[in-house]
Design a protein around this ligand. Structure first.
Ligand SMILES: NC(=O)c1ccc[n+]([C@@H]2O[C@H](COP(=O)([O-])OP(=O)(O)OC[C@H]3O[C@@H](n4cnc5c(N)ncnc54)[C@H](OP(=O)(O)O)[C@@H]3O)[C@@H](O)[C@H]2O)c1
Length: 349
Protein backbone atom coordinates (compact mmCIF):
# COMPACT_ATOMS: atom_id res chain seq x y z
CA UNK A 1 0.00 0.00 0.00
CA UNK A 2 1.22 3.51 -0.82
CA UNK A 3 1.66 5.35 2.48
CA UNK A 4 3.40 8.54 1.33
CA UNK A 5 1.39 11.80 1.24
CA UNK A 6 -0.36 12.54 -2.02
CA UNK A 7 1.67 15.13 -4.01
CA UNK A 8 0.28 18.71 -4.17
CA UNK A 9 -2.64 19.16 -6.58
CA UNK A 10 -1.67 21.84 -9.15
CA UNK A 11 -5.12 23.49 -9.28
CA UNK A 12 -5.18 24.24 -5.53
CA UNK A 13 -3.73 27.39 -3.99
CA UNK A 14 -0.46 27.05 -2.10
CA UNK A 15 -1.81 28.86 0.96
CA UNK A 16 -5.07 29.07 2.87
CA UNK A 17 -6.50 31.27 5.59
CA UNK A 18 -6.67 29.60 9.00
CA UNK A 19 -7.41 30.46 12.62
CA UNK A 20 -4.50 29.56 14.90
CA UNK A 21 -4.32 29.40 18.70
CA UNK A 22 -1.30 31.63 19.38
CA UNK A 23 -1.09 30.73 23.11
CA UNK A 24 -3.43 29.21 25.70
CA UNK A 25 -5.93 31.88 26.73
CA UNK A 26 -9.10 33.81 26.00
CA UNK A 27 -10.82 34.29 22.63
CA UNK A 28 -8.22 36.95 21.70
CA UNK A 29 -5.59 34.22 21.17
CA UNK A 30 -7.49 33.08 18.06
CA UNK A 31 -5.68 34.81 15.20
CA UNK A 32 -6.33 34.66 11.44
CA UNK A 33 -3.43 34.21 9.03
CA UNK A 34 -2.10 32.23 6.04
CA UNK A 35 -0.69 28.69 6.16
CA UNK A 36 0.19 26.03 3.59
CA UNK A 37 -2.59 23.57 2.77
CA UNK A 38 -2.47 20.37 4.87
CA UNK A 39 -0.69 17.28 3.52
CA UNK A 40 -3.13 14.68 2.26
CA UNK A 41 -2.58 11.14 3.57
CA UNK A 42 -3.61 8.13 1.43
CA UNK A 43 -6.76 7.45 3.48
CA UNK A 44 -7.89 11.09 3.58
CA UNK A 45 -9.88 13.49 1.45
CA UNK A 46 -9.18 17.18 1.13
CA UNK A 47 -12.27 19.29 1.74
CA UNK A 48 -12.62 22.88 0.59
CA UNK A 49 -14.27 24.10 3.77
CA UNK A 50 -17.43 26.17 3.43
CA UNK A 51 -18.38 26.08 7.09
CA UNK A 52 -16.86 24.89 10.35
CA UNK A 53 -18.83 24.20 13.51
CA UNK A 54 -17.76 25.64 16.88
CA UNK A 55 -17.89 23.20 19.79
CA UNK A 56 -17.24 23.14 23.51
CA UNK A 57 -13.99 21.20 23.02
CA UNK A 58 -12.65 24.07 20.84
CA UNK A 59 -12.95 26.35 23.87
CA UNK A 60 -11.15 23.81 26.04
CA UNK A 61 -8.37 23.45 23.43
CA UNK A 62 -8.01 27.24 23.18
CA UNK A 63 -7.66 27.47 26.96
CA UNK A 64 -4.91 24.82 26.86
CA UNK A 65 -6.98 22.04 28.47
CA UNK A 66 -7.60 19.72 25.50
CA UNK A 67 -4.51 19.05 23.41
CA UNK A 68 -4.85 17.53 19.93
CA UNK A 69 -3.99 13.82 19.83
CA UNK A 70 -0.66 12.86 18.20
CA UNK A 71 -0.64 13.50 14.47
CA UNK A 72 -3.75 15.72 14.48
CA UNK A 73 -3.72 19.30 13.20
CA UNK A 74 -2.98 21.80 15.99
CA UNK A 75 -5.58 24.14 14.49
CA UNK A 76 -8.98 24.16 16.22
CA UNK A 77 -12.10 22.86 14.51
CA UNK A 78 -13.61 19.40 14.85
CA UNK A 79 -16.26 19.50 12.13
CA UNK A 80 -16.65 20.96 8.67
CA UNK A 81 -18.88 20.95 5.62
CA UNK A 82 -17.75 21.65 2.10
CA UNK A 83 -16.74 20.14 -1.20
CA UNK A 84 -14.19 17.37 -1.78
CA UNK A 85 -11.37 18.72 -3.95
CA UNK A 86 -8.81 15.89 -3.71
CA UNK A 87 -8.72 12.19 -2.80
CA UNK A 88 -5.97 10.25 -1.08
CA UNK A 89 -4.58 7.35 -3.09
CA UNK A 90 -6.55 4.63 -1.23
CA UNK A 91 -9.93 6.42 -1.09
CA UNK A 92 -12.52 4.71 -3.29
CA UNK A 93 -16.05 5.49 -2.09
CA UNK A 94 -15.95 9.29 -2.34
CA UNK A 95 -15.47 11.56 -5.36
CA UNK A 96 -14.16 15.01 -6.15
CA UNK A 97 -17.08 17.44 -6.09
CA UNK A 98 -19.03 15.54 -3.40
CA UNK A 99 -20.91 17.83 -1.01
CA UNK A 100 -20.02 16.49 2.43
CA UNK A 101 -19.91 17.04 6.16
CA UNK A 102 -17.15 15.51 8.25
CA UNK A 103 -15.77 14.94 11.70
CA UNK A 104 -12.16 16.18 11.64
CA UNK A 105 -9.37 15.31 14.05
CA UNK A 106 -8.62 19.07 14.20
CA UNK A 107 -7.96 21.76 11.61
CA UNK A 108 -11.55 22.72 10.80
CA UNK A 109 -10.99 26.47 11.30
CA UNK A 110 -9.35 26.73 7.87
CA UNK A 111 -10.18 27.04 4.19
CA UNK A 112 -9.08 23.44 3.53
CA UNK A 113 -9.09 20.41 5.82
CA UNK A 114 -7.68 16.90 5.34
CA UNK A 115 -10.07 14.35 6.86
CA UNK A 116 -10.00 10.53 7.07
CA UNK A 117 -12.49 9.22 4.52
CA UNK A 118 -14.23 7.11 7.17
CA UNK A 119 -15.31 10.27 8.99
CA UNK A 120 -17.00 11.84 5.98
CA UNK A 121 -20.79 11.78 5.51
CA UNK A 122 -22.95 13.14 2.71
CA UNK A 123 -24.32 16.61 3.47
CA UNK A 124 -28.11 16.24 3.82
CA UNK A 125 -29.94 17.22 0.63
CA UNK A 126 -31.16 20.83 0.62
CA UNK A 127 -29.22 21.70 3.76
CA UNK A 128 -26.92 24.72 3.69
CA UNK A 129 -23.26 24.11 4.33
CA UNK A 130 -23.63 25.90 7.66
CA UNK A 131 -26.43 23.54 8.71
CA UNK A 132 -24.38 20.52 7.67
CA UNK A 133 -21.24 21.75 9.45
CA UNK A 134 -23.22 21.97 12.68
CA UNK A 135 -23.93 18.26 12.85
CA UNK A 136 -20.89 15.92 13.00
CA UNK A 137 -19.09 16.58 16.30
CA UNK A 138 -22.15 16.46 18.52
CA UNK A 139 -23.88 13.66 16.60
CA UNK A 140 -20.75 11.49 16.68
CA UNK A 141 -20.42 12.14 20.42
CA UNK A 142 -24.03 11.34 21.25
CA UNK A 143 -24.14 8.33 18.91
CA UNK A 144 -21.01 6.87 20.44
CA UNK A 145 -22.10 7.39 24.04
CA UNK A 146 -25.89 7.31 24.29
CA UNK A 147 -26.66 5.04 21.35
CA UNK A 148 -23.74 2.63 20.94
CA UNK A 149 -22.37 2.43 24.46
CA UNK A 150 -25.49 2.95 26.56
CA UNK A 151 -27.79 1.09 24.17
CA UNK A 152 -30.64 3.58 23.85
CA UNK A 153 -33.92 1.80 23.15
CA UNK A 154 -37.37 2.99 22.03
CA UNK A 155 -39.62 4.23 24.82
CA UNK A 156 -36.79 5.09 27.22
CA UNK A 157 -36.85 8.38 29.10
CA UNK A 158 -33.59 10.29 28.52
CA UNK A 159 -32.58 13.22 30.74
CA UNK A 160 -30.45 15.67 28.75
CA UNK A 161 -28.44 18.42 30.42
CA UNK A 162 -27.66 21.63 28.49
CA UNK A 163 -30.58 20.78 26.22
CA UNK A 164 -30.36 23.92 24.07
CA UNK A 165 -26.59 23.65 23.45
CA UNK A 166 -24.80 21.67 20.76
CA UNK A 167 -24.57 18.33 22.57
CA UNK A 168 -28.00 18.78 24.11
CA UNK A 169 -29.70 19.57 20.80
CA UNK A 170 -28.11 16.52 19.19
CA UNK A 171 -29.13 14.32 22.10
CA UNK A 172 -32.74 15.50 21.90
CA UNK A 173 -32.99 14.82 18.18
CA UNK A 174 -31.19 11.46 18.23
CA UNK A 175 -33.34 10.32 21.18
CA UNK A 176 -36.45 11.30 19.27
CA UNK A 177 -35.33 9.59 16.03
CA UNK A 178 -34.79 6.34 17.91
CA UNK A 179 -38.25 6.44 19.46
CA UNK A 180 -37.21 7.35 22.98
CA UNK A 181 -38.42 10.29 25.08
CA UNK A 182 -36.06 13.26 25.63
CA UNK A 183 -36.45 15.42 28.75
CA UNK A 184 -34.29 18.54 28.38
CA UNK A 185 -32.78 20.60 31.18
CA UNK A 186 -32.43 24.32 30.36
CA UNK A 187 -31.96 27.67 32.09
CA UNK A 188 -34.66 29.81 30.45
CA UNK A 189 -38.12 29.73 28.90
CA UNK A 190 -36.67 30.57 25.46
CA UNK A 191 -34.31 27.60 25.62
CA UNK A 192 -37.19 25.40 26.83
CA UNK A 193 -39.26 26.42 23.80
CA UNK A 194 -36.31 25.66 21.49
CA UNK A 195 -35.88 22.19 23.00
CA UNK A 196 -39.57 21.44 22.58
CA UNK A 197 -39.33 22.44 18.91
CA UNK A 198 -36.45 19.96 18.56
CA UNK A 199 -38.58 17.19 20.03
CA UNK A 200 -38.24 17.26 23.83
CA UNK A 201 -41.33 15.74 25.46
CA UNK A 202 -40.72 17.84 28.58
CA UNK A 203 -38.32 20.49 29.82
CA UNK A 204 -36.98 21.28 33.27
CA UNK A 205 -35.69 24.74 34.16
CA UNK A 206 -32.68 24.10 36.37
CA UNK A 207 -32.88 27.65 37.79
CA UNK A 208 -36.41 27.23 39.15
CA UNK A 209 -37.33 23.54 39.24
CA UNK A 210 -36.30 20.61 41.44
CA UNK A 211 -34.83 18.26 38.81
CA UNK A 212 -35.53 15.00 40.69
CA UNK A 213 -39.11 16.00 41.50
CA UNK A 214 -39.74 17.19 37.92
CA UNK A 215 -38.38 13.92 36.51
CA UNK A 216 -40.58 11.92 38.85
CA UNK A 217 -43.67 13.87 37.80
CA UNK A 218 -42.88 13.64 34.06
CA UNK A 219 -42.16 9.91 34.18
CA UNK A 220 -45.01 9.04 36.57
CA UNK A 221 -42.52 7.93 39.20
CA UNK A 222 -40.48 5.69 36.87
CA UNK A 223 -37.35 7.87 36.66
CA UNK A 224 -35.11 8.28 33.62
CA UNK A 225 -33.50 5.33 31.84
CA UNK A 226 -30.58 7.25 30.36
CA UNK A 227 -28.84 10.53 31.27
CA UNK A 228 -26.57 12.66 29.07
CA UNK A 229 -24.60 14.76 31.55
CA UNK A 230 -22.13 17.52 30.78
CA UNK A 231 -22.37 19.24 34.19
CA UNK A 232 -20.65 16.83 36.62
CA UNK A 233 -19.84 17.89 40.19
CA UNK A 234 -22.94 17.99 42.40
CA UNK A 235 -25.12 17.01 39.44
CA UNK A 236 -23.82 13.44 39.69
CA UNK A 237 -25.89 12.76 42.80
CA UNK A 238 -28.94 14.46 41.29
CA UNK A 239 -28.66 12.25 38.21
CA UNK A 240 -28.48 9.12 40.33
CA UNK A 241 -31.58 10.15 42.29
CA UNK A 242 -33.44 10.84 39.02
CA UNK A 243 -32.56 7.44 37.53
CA UNK A 244 -34.85 4.47 37.11
CA UNK A 245 -33.54 0.99 38.02
CA UNK A 246 -30.99 -0.22 35.45
CA UNK A 247 -30.35 3.27 34.07
CA UNK A 248 -27.10 4.35 32.40
CA UNK A 249 -25.55 7.80 32.81
CA UNK A 250 -23.15 8.94 30.08
CA UNK A 251 -20.71 11.62 31.21
CA UNK A 252 -19.54 13.73 28.27
CA UNK A 253 -18.22 16.74 30.16
CA UNK A 254 -17.68 18.18 33.64
CA UNK A 255 -18.55 21.87 33.22
CA UNK A 256 -19.28 22.39 36.93
CA UNK A 257 -16.96 19.91 38.62
CA UNK A 258 -14.46 17.22 37.65
CA UNK A 259 -15.05 15.27 40.88
CA UNK A 260 -18.22 14.19 42.65
CA UNK A 261 -19.57 12.65 45.82
CA UNK A 262 -21.54 9.74 44.48
CA UNK A 263 -24.22 7.91 46.56
CA UNK A 264 -22.79 4.46 45.91
CA UNK A 265 -25.47 2.51 47.83
CA UNK A 266 -28.16 4.13 45.71
CA UNK A 267 -26.19 3.27 42.56
CA UNK A 268 -25.91 -0.33 43.71
CA UNK A 269 -29.55 -0.59 44.75
CA UNK A 270 -30.71 0.72 41.38
CA UNK A 271 -28.13 -1.24 39.38
CA UNK A 272 -26.87 1.87 37.58
CA UNK A 273 -24.04 2.28 35.08
CA UNK A 274 -21.91 5.42 34.79
CA UNK A 275 -19.65 5.67 31.75
CA UNK A 276 -17.43 8.44 30.43
CA UNK A 277 -15.85 9.11 27.08
CA UNK A 278 -14.10 11.69 24.92
CA UNK A 279 -14.49 11.46 21.17
CA UNK A 280 -11.35 13.05 19.82
CA UNK A 281 -8.76 10.41 20.86
CA UNK A 282 -10.86 7.51 19.54
CA UNK A 283 -9.30 5.43 16.76
CA UNK A 284 -10.08 5.95 13.08
CA UNK A 285 -11.86 2.58 13.10
CA UNK A 286 -14.12 3.63 15.99
CA UNK A 287 -14.94 6.95 14.34
CA UNK A 288 -15.72 5.17 11.07
CA UNK A 289 -18.03 2.77 12.93
CA UNK A 290 -19.85 5.72 14.49
CA UNK A 291 -20.14 7.37 11.06
CA UNK A 292 -21.69 4.20 9.66
CA UNK A 293 -24.24 4.08 12.46
CA UNK A 294 -25.19 7.72 11.86
CA UNK A 295 -25.47 7.18 8.10
CA UNK A 296 -27.56 4.01 8.41
CA UNK A 297 -29.83 4.75 11.38
CA UNK A 298 -30.07 8.52 11.85
CA UNK A 299 -29.52 10.51 8.65
CA UNK A 300 -32.64 9.15 6.87
CA UNK A 301 -34.80 10.95 9.44
CA UNK A 302 -33.37 14.31 8.42
CA UNK A 303 -35.00 14.04 4.99
CA UNK A 304 -38.49 13.71 6.47
CA UNK A 305 -40.90 16.66 5.98
CA UNK A 306 -40.95 19.00 8.96
CA UNK A 307 -37.55 17.95 10.29
CA UNK A 308 -36.37 20.79 12.57
CA UNK A 309 -32.83 21.97 11.79
CA UNK A 310 -30.73 23.46 14.59
CA UNK A 311 -30.73 27.22 15.19
CA UNK A 312 -27.49 28.70 13.90
CA UNK A 313 -25.39 31.74 14.77
CA UNK A 314 -23.05 32.33 11.81
CA UNK A 315 -19.75 34.25 11.84
CA UNK A 316 -17.08 34.76 9.17
CA UNK A 317 -14.05 32.55 9.81
CA UNK A 318 -11.89 35.58 10.61
CA UNK A 319 -14.23 36.45 13.50
CA UNK A 320 -13.76 33.14 15.32
CA UNK A 321 -12.95 35.01 18.54
CA UNK A 322 -16.43 36.57 18.56
CA UNK A 323 -17.94 33.15 18.02
CA UNK A 324 -16.07 31.83 21.06
CA UNK A 325 -17.24 34.81 23.12
CA UNK A 326 -20.83 34.03 22.22
CA UNK A 327 -20.42 30.39 23.22
CA UNK A 328 -18.86 31.41 26.54
CA UNK A 329 -21.76 33.82 27.20
CA UNK A 330 -24.15 30.82 26.97
CA UNK A 331 -26.68 33.12 25.29
CA UNK A 332 -26.95 30.93 22.19
CA UNK A 333 -29.40 28.16 21.39
CA UNK A 334 -28.27 25.50 18.94
CA UNK A 335 -24.96 25.81 17.14
CA UNK A 336 -22.37 28.43 16.26
CA UNK A 337 -20.78 28.17 12.82
CA UNK A 338 -17.86 29.86 11.01
CA UNK A 339 -18.12 30.53 7.27
CA UNK A 340 -15.15 30.81 4.92
CA UNK A 341 -15.34 33.18 1.93
CA UNK A 342 -16.26 30.14 -0.18
CA UNK A 343 -19.05 29.28 2.25
CA UNK A 344 -20.28 32.85 2.63
CA UNK A 345 -20.77 33.09 -1.12
CA UNK A 346 -23.29 30.26 -0.82
CA UNK A 347 -24.65 30.69 2.72
CA UNK A 348 -24.66 34.48 3.31
CA UNK A 349 -23.71 35.49 6.87
N1 LIG B 1 -16.96 13.89 25.56
C1 LIG B 1 -16.87 14.34 24.32
O1 LIG B 1 -16.39 13.66 23.43
C2 LIG B 1 -17.41 15.71 24.01
C3 LIG B 1 -17.70 16.04 22.68
C4 LIG B 1 -18.23 17.30 22.43
C5 LIG B 1 -18.44 18.20 23.48
N2 LIG B 1 -18.09 17.83 24.74
C6 LIG B 1 -18.25 18.76 25.86
O2 LIG B 1 -19.62 18.98 26.08
C7 LIG B 1 -19.80 20.28 26.64
C8 LIG B 1 -20.91 21.01 25.88
O3 LIG B 1 -20.45 21.28 24.58
P1 LIG B 1 -21.43 22.02 23.58
O4 LIG B 1 -20.69 22.11 22.29
O5 LIG B 1 -22.76 21.38 23.63
O6 LIG B 1 -21.52 23.46 24.25
P2 LIG B 1 -22.69 24.52 24.24
O7 LIG B 1 -23.32 24.58 22.90
O8 LIG B 1 -22.12 25.77 24.81
O9 LIG B 1 -23.77 23.92 25.23
C9 LIG B 1 -23.57 23.81 26.62
C10 LIG B 1 -24.95 23.88 27.30
O10 LIG B 1 -24.79 23.55 28.66
C11 LIG B 1 -25.49 24.50 29.47
N3 LIG B 1 -24.71 24.69 30.70
C12 LIG B 1 -25.13 24.36 31.92
N4 LIG B 1 -24.16 24.61 32.80
C13 LIG B 1 -23.12 25.12 32.12
C14 LIG B 1 -21.84 25.59 32.49
N5 LIG B 1 -21.42 25.60 33.77
N6 LIG B 1 -21.01 26.04 31.53
C15 LIG B 1 -21.41 26.06 30.25
N7 LIG B 1 -22.62 25.62 29.83
C16 LIG B 1 -23.47 25.17 30.78
C17 LIG B 1 -25.61 25.76 28.63
O11 LIG B 1 -26.86 26.39 28.73
P3 LIG B 1 -27.42 27.04 30.07
O12 LIG B 1 -26.30 27.74 30.72
O13 LIG B 1 -28.49 27.94 29.58
O14 LIG B 1 -27.96 25.87 30.84
C18 LIG B 1 -25.54 25.25 27.20
O15 LIG B 1 -26.83 25.09 26.62
C19 LIG B 1 -18.45 20.98 26.55
O16 LIG B 1 -17.82 20.95 27.82
C20 LIG B 1 -17.69 20.14 25.58
O17 LIG B 1 -16.29 20.19 25.80
C21 LIG B 1 -17.59 16.61 25.02
Amino acid sequence: MNTSPTPPIPSLPGQMQVISITAPGGPEVLVAGPQPLPDLQPDQVLIRVAAAGVNGPDLAQRRGHYDPPPGASPLPGLEVAGEIVALGSTVTKLAIGDRVMALTNGGGYAEYAAVPAGQVLPAPANWSYAEAAALPETWFTVTQTLVMRAGLEPGMFVLIHGGAGGIGSAAIQITQILGARPIAIVSSDDKAAYCRRLGAVATINRTTDDIVQAVSTTTAGHGVDRVVDLIGGDMAAVNISACAPGAHIVQVSTLEGTSANVPLRQMMAKGLTLSGSTLRPQSAATKAAIAKRIRDDLLPALAKPGWVRPSLSNFPLARAAEAHRLMESRAHSGKIVLLTDFGAAQDPV
